[in-house]
Design a protein around this ligand. Structure first.
Ligand code: AMP
Length: 274
């Protein structure tokens, strides 16, 4: 695996691979790689001859009171894990390389990013869409792998790529969970043992919501309230939002965000009405 930390070097490497006729897979991450990230890398490796994993803790997507400084950074471990999963390149640029000086350009995806995370974290999806557009611009034509774990982010990025005609095919990958249902997240590392024991309450709320939808409950306000009730019953958790949103495809998507101690976790699940 090749470690790259400059934009021109990544451009040249991926252009050369494409000139050889090879399909490029791109896996954007913020590092502290876990099995969720590795599932994306392995899927990319299975589908693309060349896989570039990016590790960049993107300052644009953190609010002023959020955990940018504390966010785990473990580049040596990440490189070993990405290489073992079959990645060809690890692109780990500095903030200065990605955003030298002031960034005056922002990519904003309206509507898709307004509710839920967008409402709770003002500016978050602008930061996500801006860095994703930049990564797509410098990676060039490729397949880009994103996790369902961050479902709204997936929709924001997919819409941005379509609206701006990036030659990038977005591939959605299923959420990887611990045996007790907790979705893998780099932020799980912040949890104390007691908090870790309480954290599966997000998944339990989603499953309760899914059960209601599958039992034929159609009032989605009631479904959201039931999910909120599950989180409220866990003393270590503080609810941010719990919502059931109708999908265009007749399915219902359930979203939950909660603080466990000082750690903010999100999760989502799909439910199908009978
Ligand atoms: P992050 O490093 O948290 O920005 O995540 C990088 C990519 O990995 C995003 O596309 C996430 O949706 C995806 N991802 C994170 N956690 C999981 C998980 N538990 N299962 C599947 N994909 C994940």
């Amino acid at each position: 695996m090749n470690l790259i930390d400059t934009i021109p070097a990544l451009r040249k490497a991926l252009d050369d691979e494409r000139a050889r006729g090879l399909m490029v897979g791109l896996v954007p991450t913020m590092g502290a790689l876990h099995e969720g990230h590795l599932s994306l890398i392995r899927r990319a490796v299975a589908e693309c001859k060349v896989v570039a994993v990016t590790v960049f803790v993107n300052p644009l997507q953190f609010g002023p009171a959020e955990d940018l400084a504390a966010y785990p950074r473990r580049l040596d471990d990440d490189a070993a894990l990405a290489e073992a999963a079959g990645a060809t390149y690890l692109f780990a640029p500095s903030v200065e390389e990605m955003f030298p000086g002031r960034t005056l350009t922002t990519v904003h995806v309206a509507e898709v990013g307004d509710a839920l995370e967008g409402a709770s974290r003002p500016g978050h999806f602008d930061g996500v869409a801006t860095v994703a557009a930049k990564l797509f611009a410098l990676a060039g034509p490729c397949r880009a792998y994103f996790g369902e774990k961050d479902r709204q982010q997936l929709e924001v990025v997919r819409r941005m790529a379509a609206d701006l005609s990036f030659p990038v095919q977005i591939v959605a990958c299923p959420t990887v969970r611990e045996v007790d249902g907790l979705a893998l997240s780099s932020r799980n590392a912040y949890l104390s043992p007691a908090e870790r024991a309480a954290a599966p309450v997000l998944y339990q709320a989603l499953v309760a919501g899914r059960d209601l939808v599958e039992q034929g409950v159609t009032d989605l306000t009631n479904v959201g309230a039931a999910m909120a009730g599950v989180v409220a019953a866990e003393p270590a958790a503080r609810l941010d939002y719990a919502e059931a949103v109708p999908g265009g495809d007749g399915k219902v998507r359930l979203y939950v965000a909660a603080h466990i101690g000082t750690t903010r976790l999100i999760d989502n699940l799909e439910a199908t009405a009978p």
